[in-house]
Unconditional design. Structure first.
Length: 227
């Protein structure tokens, strides 16, 4: 059996406090709070129990089947779920009763599918500010049109989401993060979801309001075949 164990509850609480201290030390140009979103993808349900015990009420999940395998614990604990992985149209119907915030809206087809299956859903527009072809997200110049399309379809656009450059030092994320924060302000949106363990300080300096943290809280991510 694949080992999918998670760090103990006390370890997760200590790691969350350490991450919050890192964030608190960052000098910010914006007066905003920064929420830590634990990424529980690939971990079993006890990872969600651990982050709830540490004080978090929201988790991030990437894979439809992995998320669905944890519905019982999610419902029992009353956790909000952000879907932060690449979203396939054929998975939306399965997830509508579980997902609170759809964070990777990046094309018209997925707008239409979410609007059809979850009218009035809250969403983030994903922006590919690093121009990496392997990443999801619309181009920065397409953000205005995506916001308009989502609003016209009846979705509630709460903000923007982006991922820093792959395989680069944290400083390389600064310009992409600045671009996304500028777009957020231009469109007067609330949630700026950017930054992970390695580049969290840069993200907060650039105005992130949510950072997505996985192994830095929960330990090494186990290998899982569930998608």
């Amino acid at each position: 059996m694949t080992d999918r164990s998670v760090a103990g509850f006390s370890a997760v609480t200590e790691r969350l406090a350490s991450m919050q201290e890192r964030i608190a030390r960052v000098e910010r140009p914006f007066a905003h709070d920064v929420e830590v979103i634990p990424v529980t993808k690939g971990f079993p349900g006890d990872a969600i129990e651990a982050v709830v015990a540490a004080g978090c009420r929201t988790v991030g999940e990437n894979y439809a089947q992995d998320l669905l395998s944890k519905v019982d614990v999610i419902e029992r604990l009353g956790v909000d779920v952000q879907f932060i992985g690449h979203l396939q149209s054929n998975k939306v119907r399965q997830l509508v009763d579980v997902v609170s915030l759809w964070c990777t809206i990046d094309r018209r087809s997925i707008i239409d599918e979410v609007a059809k299956r979850a009218p009035g859903a809250h969403v983030l527009i994903q922006v590919n500010a690093t121009d990496e072809p392997q990443k999801g997200g619309c181009q920065p110049g397409q953000v205005a049109a995506m916001i308009d399309q989502a609003a016209t379809a009846g979705l509630v656009v709460d903000g923007l989401m982006t991922i820093g450059p792959t395989g680069q030092p944290p400083a390389a994320a600064r310009r992409p993060f600045e671009i996304v924060r500028s777009l957020l302000d231009e469109h007067e949106l609330a949630i700026c979801s950017m930054g992970m363990s390695a580049d969290v300080e840069v993200a907060v300096e650039c105005g992130s309001t949510q950072v997505r943290i996985g192994s830095a809280l929960l330990g090494p991510r186990p290998v899982s075949t569930i998608r």
